[in-house]
Unconditional design. Structure first.
Length: 218
């Protein structure tokens, strides 16, 4: 008889607290605006690369008011290494203008208002709410989506389902820290190629009898 889903979740939570008692926020930023821009840039790009690109961008403009004065071409030239650059550059310029028009130049601490901004989806809004404003959120990135399936905490049908399942399994007060802990664990021990559900410590502890690799849904 294997562990129940809630027992697996409790074990994961305990072990990640031991492995990552402190979690630094992976994207460098100085305020809620620079965080929002960094998270937007991190779509389909590594945090390491984003952190190499943003110092030059934020030197140019670290607020919506300043960014709205920078041309899309100038933004594009700086953020190009992050991929999807023309789209990201126009989103950064566009959201800066909307923040000025509708929100007094400030980043709103509100999911709906954030998700109305160009280039900002639910995941980006969740990261900003969690890291800039301390509002409990559970942003689901590719690491979390993969690990939740390997640990059978969700069926992985889609990221919305994964988010719902994890929110039900873990205490609300732990969400903001835990989503980062799972990301770090995914990078360090349970990467897409480095583990198949049978290699890393947590996978082996939760499923000692697992005989076949886990196929995860994207």
């Amino acid at each position: 008889m294997g562990m129940l889903k809630q027992e697996r979740a409790d074990y994961v939570h305990r072990r990640l607290e031991e492995l990552y008692p402190e979690v630094p926020v992976p994207l460098d930023h100085t305020n809620s605006f620079t965080l929002l821009v960094a998270v937007l840039l991190s779509a389909q790009c590594t945090d390491v690369r984003v952190n190499l690109v943003t110092p030059a961008l934020f030197k140019l403009a670290d607020s919506a008011a300043k960014m709205s004065l920078v041309s899309v071409a100038e933004i594009d030239a700086i953020v190009r290494p992050c991929g999807l650059a023309p789209r990201k550059a126009s989103a950064i310029r566009g959201l800066s203008e909307i923040l000025l028009e509708k929100h007094g130049g400030e980043v709103p601490a509100d999911f709906e208002a954030l998700e109305e901004l160009p280039g900002v989806g639910h995941k980006t809004a969740s990261v900003v709410m969690a890291q800039a404003f301390g509002v409990p959120a559970f942003p689901i990135d590719t690491h979390i989506h993969r690990l939740a399936q390997r640990w059978k905490l969700t069926n992985g049908k889609n990221v919305q389902r994964t988010e719902e399942d994890l929110k039900n399994l873990f205490p609300r007060a732990s969400w903001n820290k835990l989503h980062l802990q799972i990301i770090f664990y995914g990078r360090d021990y349970c990467s897409a190629r480095g583990c198949n559900g049978m290699v890393c410590e947590i996978c082996k502890t939760l499923f000692p009898r697992r005989k076949t690799p886990v196929q995860t849904r994207k």
